[in-house]
Design a protein around this ligand. Structure first.
Ligand code: NAP
Length: 489
């Protein structure tokens, strides 16, 4: 049980150290996908002018922040982490109400966001250049890393706290100033992260937060000449639009869509394979960029595997993520619901066999939310749209193959390359898989989902810009430029 808010609170942008209204004085609402009548708050529908003000504020604050001692920057990141941890339960509940994921997953995300800030607070202090051996002993040659300037961070709704944290923390610790635009589906989580930095004492203008639709503010936030870098996570379509809009000298880092395969070989532990499929395909209601969307299974074990997968899928408990024992929350928005139902229809029309799920859930507890039953399709062929296009919902397509070679060919036969996994006991085949799969994250006997804070993360092909990786120590590289110094005496 949870109490619904009866009075809608309105939240403001944070520009140049002040909470302010958008210039057009227009608002939009953030709603609970488990119950669309539950409104979390109203947010500023910002426009071009607000985007410009946020960029100017970040530009003005840059010289001072770049000169701020790194130890002081690190202290602020740690204090922001303290704030997230102190408010963990409250923020986690809001996260579930705003995005729909189940409460344990929300708690994990708040914790992970705090851990990310602490990780970069520590790593940033030892991130440095190199010195080079040379013949002239009267001089030294070394590189220094310097911040870029104003960075725009644009983020999606599926990890509305932890994705912004892994962009903003490395940007700030290396001395950049930031303009942050969260997804319009989850503005409250963006605001909570911003508040954590404000409470930690971040100087004015160093982090600026603006809400509003991409159609109104997107272009201004990425095409302004003062913006030296854009760090973006979202759909491949939006990534392409941003790529076309940025000036020549603006750096971009983009983490985009996926169509992630799990290969199940005929020697696999089938119970493990089923568990990995369910966890990878249906956790977060299928709305993870690394979610398992295709299971490519050896024909010899296909029927046994599918029967077990369908049974496990039908046992999943679906409902409001705030309730005990729920395994799958609602989809994050009406748009997501329509999209998933559309793909189920497409799959059936293409001739795939819907073995379970795929229907909108209605009735007591479901009527006001965006609920769908997790779906399993079999008889899927590689060229079908449900095997090629990102659905971003709880839909698994099972494709049968006759050999290891065919499995690799099918797995690689899509435009994406974000995450891939194989289930096998055959060490040699696992090794060949690691070498041949076109994917930025590669796993053996693990879910396609999940990545470590301390390890690099990013995709190949149309899943990324293939420029700079996010996450880990590597995540700092995007936010700095190198100068080579020849220092003689
Ligand atoms: P989206 O529609 O691309 O939106 C992502 C963010 O970009 C939102 O803040 C959106 O603002 C903004 N945006 C959209 N078009 C823009 C444009 N032309 N210029 C500037 N900003 C723009 O994606 P989503 O529906 O939020 O998230 C789901 C997608 O994200 C999936 O494709 C998923 O695979 C991908 N994703 C990838 C990763 C990864 O690490 N590879 C991680 C998570 C999610 P509005 O909300 O105002 O439209």
């Amino acid at each position: 049980m949870h109490l619904l808010t009866t009075v809608t609170k309105s939240y403001q942008n944070y520009i140049d150290g002040r909470w302010v209204e958008a210039s057009e004085k227009s608002l939009f609402e953030s709603i609970n996908p488990a119950n669309a009548e539950d409104v979390l708050g109203s947010f500023q529908a910002s426009g071009k002018e607000d985007a410009g003000e946020a960029i100017r504020a970040a530009e003005k604050a840059f010289p001072g922040w770049a000169e701020t001692p790194p130890s002081k920057r690190a202290r602020i990141l740690n204090q922001a982490a303290d704030h997230l941890e102190n408010e963990l339960e409250l923020i986690a509940r809001e996260l579930t109400r705003e995005e729909g994921k189940i409460l344990p997953a929300s708690r994990q995300e708040v914790k992970r966001s705090a851990d990310t800030l602490r990780f970069y607070a520590a790593e940033g202090l030892s991130f440095s250049g190199e010195t080079f051996p040379q013949d002239d002993f009267s001089s030294m040659v070394f590189t220094v890393r310097e911040p870029l300037g104003v960075v725009t961070a644009i983020t999606p709704w599926n990890f509305p706290l932890s994705i912004p944290a892994r962009k903003i923390a490395p940007a700030l610790i290396t001395g950049n100033t930031v303009v942050f635009k969260p997804s319009s589906v989850t503005p409250l989580m963006g605001l909570r992260l911003t508040e954590a930095f404000v409470k930690a004492g971040l100087p004015e203008g160093v982090l600026n937060f603006i809400t509003g639709s991409a159609s109104k503010v997107g272009r201004s936030l990425v095409s302004d000449a003062a913006v030296k870098a854009v760090t973006f996570t979202g759909s491949t379509q939006a990534g392409k639009e941003i790529h076309n809009a940025v000036p020549l000298t603006t750096r971009t880092q983009m983490e985009l869509g996926g169509k992630n395969p799990l290969i199940v070989l005929d020697d696999a532990d089938l119970d493990l394979a089923v568990q990995l499929s369910v966890n990878g395909g249906f956790s977060l209601t299928g709305q993870a960029c690394t979610g398992t969307s295709r299971v490519i299974v050896a024909r010899a074990v296909q029927e046994e595997f599918t029967a077990k997968l369908v049974k496990k899928t039908e046992e999943l408990k679906i409902g409001d993520g705030l309730s005990e024992g729920i395994q799958l929350g609602p989809l994050a928005s009406q748009k997501q619901l329509e999209n998933v139902l559309r793909y189920v229809e497409i799959g059936e029309k293409e001739g795939a066999v819907l073995r379970c799920g795929g229907r909108q859930l209605t009735g007591e507890g479901y009527d006001k939310g965006f609920y769908v039953e997790p779906a399993v399709f079999t008889d899927v062929t590689p060229e079908m749209r449900i095997a090629q296009e990102e659905i971003f919902g709880p839909v698994i397509s099972v494709l049968a193959v006759d050999s290891f070679e065919e499995a690799i060919r099918v797995a690689n036969g899509v435009e994406y390359g974000l995450s891939a996994s194989i289930v096998t006991r055959d060490v040699e085949k696992a090794h060949r898989f690691v070498r041949r799969i076109q994917s930025g994250t590669v796993k053996v006997n693990r879910t396609t989902t999940g990545n470590l804070i301390q390890a690099p993360f990013g995709g190949l092909k149309n899943s990324s810009t293939s420029t700079f990786r996010e996450s880990g120590r590597t995540g700092l590289e995007f936010f700095t430029q190198t100068k080579t110094v020849y220092y003689g005496y």
